[in-house]
Design a protein around this ligand. Sequence first.
Ligand code: KIV
Ligand code: ZN
Length: 514
Amino acid sequence: MDRIKIFDTTLRDGEQSPGCSMNLQEKIEVARCLERMKVDVIEAGFARSSPGDFESVSTIAKTVRDCTVASLARANTGDIDAAWDAVKCAADPRIHLFIATSPVHMEYKLKMTPEQVLEKTAAMVAYARKYCSNIEFSCEDATRSDWAFMAKVVETAIQNGATVINLPDTVGYTTPDEMRALIEYMISNVPGSDKVEYSVHCHNDLGMAVANSLAGVMGGARQIECTVNGLGERAGNTSLEEVVMAMRTRSGFFPNQPRLDTTQIYRASKTVYSIIGQTPPLNKPIVGRNAFLHESGIHQHGVLNNRLTYEILTPESVGIQVSNIVLGKHSGKHAFEDRLVHLGYQLSQEEILRCFEEFKDLCDKKKDVTDADIEAIVTHHSVRQEEAIDGYALDWFSVHTSNFTTATCTVSLKKGDEKFETVCLGDGPIDAAFKAIDQIVKPRNHAFENFTIHSISEGKDTLGDVIVKLSCNGRYYTGKGLSTDILEASITAYINAINKLCADAEQNQGKEVQ
Ligand code: KIV
Ligand code: ZN
């Protein structure tokens, strides 16, 4: 029986949406999560779009072994050359080529006639096929295209060597019945359809992306394109966790299952949210804080008698460990390591030791350390590592503030063996601290987009998790800080964001974005 393939485009369609940009290290971290989760295809980026994208696609192609790695390319030789250059070292490389087929896109965006689109399809699929035997071809805006014309385009693509045909609902316009009918129409009307795999790629503008993707599968599609947490242009894409758990939970309807390891879903979701500096809406299916909570008396009563009354899937099936175990200052390294393993983290001995030191520091400030605290320590650990190697790190700070004087903050930062100290006034201690950091680092002009603080667990002594988002020239930089002292968390989050802004400026200095 044909398995359903999961094509993850978090690093391309997800990453290109506003506020979701990631640096190279973060993209590699996401790619590792995707490989662990056993997605079939990772669309690692759009190699031609910028030097940074090229580098990340090619690094991921060299790093990932158990998934196909794809790069997007428009239907032109420059894009195809760059895509191939970036993915050629992958264990299983794929070029994902697209051209628009809807009247509105052909006339106003491409300024091409339908005949020209047909010719371009033939020439560019044949060109890409000379490089690579795994060619995905997408008809952009398929759901607003003329079906008979699109059938000719698809036939041309197949004749010239395409192996996967993707029919995207680019603007989230279709309905489940229509999506199913479209796939059925193509499979029965296009010669050569039995030699290729059909794929769906649904956007969520009307909230139907998951339903439309599942309908596509019912119509015969064998690949679903989706993103972790449903990230993507505008209202996002099909959410990986929702579409996969729908197929698992309703396996009677979906006998062709994906190979995905669903117990990795929660971790992947948390990793992606943490990198882009967001938290899931409380009621987000599968990964939201309330997804497995039962609040009303009637529901609680039912669940206590039998979970099946109100629970159609278990938290454990998506990797959420439900436990009441808390650690404290008497817990040793073994107990800590044991919790890490239980939570699904495989860290090196060196990383365990560093996290254990932070855990011990936390135990001095907080009586009970929960699983959420431990996860936060591990997630933030990589931030501190980055700073220790490349960027500025907080040495110490001191504030003076009240509700009747101007706040003052003295900040000392270190970079390598050097130390820098300055003092600034501000409209509150955070403003004063951020001004002092700017005065030391002198970063490029940037806009301050967002600042959030949320508590990791319950209680007044909880860890504060601070996210700072900055933007510069259309790119976003997310910084994270974690401490029981929210001022310290805010300062470290700001330094983290500023370090990323400076690193990006250095990396792309003198290089032109194509
Ligand atoms: O939404 C879309 O049409 C796309 C294609 C480029 C596959 O992302
Ligand atoms: Zn898309």
